[in-house]
Design a protein around this ligand. Structure first.
Ligand code: NAP
Length: 301
């Protein structure tokens, strides 16, 4: 398959490096990561060890082939611009797969890309951008892909096969939107709380007050999800959130890392979007509103 990793940063570089064994890949990203890859290749350390040369460019205009698949791995605040840049390179059969966090990526993509080209996914892999040309694979996990309408299309089955052949353990979901919501709800507590308190994920369960806030944020986010027809058990989601916290206890969340690096965060695509939806449906959004406000004051917008 001819695959473009659009937004080759932490997670995109890992997926691209793994997929490169059996597919034609090009990374589209930013300097200095791209210039470093052009000179020395990509290096993955941590749970995966890889180091090899791979084509990398800084603009969609320089993609050296007709793409079958774009994997969109930019941060949610760049989704709209990235989608516009991809648009001229989409033909009848091109798939654009979002593997991102946040509740508004699909909506933003659809401002320029037709819905029938879009597939969605989430991944539980963890990666850190350590320096240009080098990514640390911090945690292995499952990847889930789905058609927006839940159908088990042939193109989806093919894609899942391509991912599994690359040793990216991947499953089909017949309700990928629900999976995106579950991940966003989990992130709606872990990300802003760790970012605001400047703590590792595990501290949320060591401090009883933070543990209680984590539970309350989950409950509020679940009630907002219900307004979208997404019915989730608070007990199950709170337990799932605590499981993620335990499994990543020593990690700094992506939102904390962004703040430490003086970068924008994905707060508007997670808690901010929950506030918008909740407010529209007259559901209490107090906690998500407070977290959005706190993080917005800490990071550039
Ligand atoms: N990292 C993880 O472990 C992980 C795991 C699961 C899901 N995710 C999700 O995956 C998405 C990406 O996360 P990430 O951590 O990989 O972010 P990241 O390291 O910031 O990677 C995104 C890259 O895309 C580049 N970019 C943005 N717009 C571009 C454009 N128009 N053309 C070319 N390059 C562009 C960014 O460059 P600049 O920053 O210089 O603009 C950055 O290098 C997020 O939604 C995140 O929540 C991440």
């Amino acid at each position: 398959m001819n695959i473009v990793i659009f937004g080759a940063g932490a997670i995109g570089s890992l997926l691209g490096a793994l997929l490169a064994k059996k597919n034609k890949i090009v990374f589209v990203g930013r300097t200095p990561h791209i210039t470093c890859i052009q000179k020395k290749g990509i290096t993955i350390k941590g749970k995966t060890h890889l180091s090899f040369k791979i084509p990398a460019v800084e603009s969609a205009m320089d993609i050296p082939f007709v793409a079958d698949l774009f994997i969109l791995t930019v941060k949610s605040y760049d989704t709209e611009t990235a989608s516009k840049e991809i648009l001229p390179y989409i033909n009848d059969k091109t798939i654009v797969l979002s593997i991102q966090n946040g509740l508004d990526n699909i909506e933003k993509m659809q401002h320029s890309i037709q819905k029938n080209h879009i597939l969605a996914g989430i991944t539980m892999h963890g990666t850190i951008f350590s320096k240009p040309g080098e990514i640390i694979h911090t945690g292995k996990g499952e990847t889930i892909l789905g058609e927006l309408d839940g159908s088990q299309s042939q193109r989806l089955k093919n894609l899942v096969e391509v991912f599994n052949e690359a040793r990216i353990k991947t499953q089909i979901s017949q309700d990928i939107i629900k999976e995106i919501w579950i991940k966003a709800i989990i992130n709606s507590s872990i990300n802003p709380l760790t970012a605001f308190f400047g703590c590792k994920n595990g501290y949320l369960l060591e401090n009883p007050l933070l543990e209680r806030i984590t539970e309350l944020v989950c409950k509020e986010s679940i009630s907002i999800a219900s307004s979208q027809g997404i019915s989730l058990s608070p007990l199950e989601i709170i337990e799932k959130t605590k499981e993620v916290i335990r499994n990543t206890a020593m990690n700094h969340s992506s939102m904390l890392q962004s703040i430490q690096q003086g970068k924008k965060t994905e707060i508007n695509a997670i808690n901010g979007k929950l506030v918008k939806i909740g407010t529209h449906h007259k559901i209490d959004t107090t906690l998500n509103r407070i977290l959005t406000e706190l993080i917005t004051r800490l990071s550039p917008s």
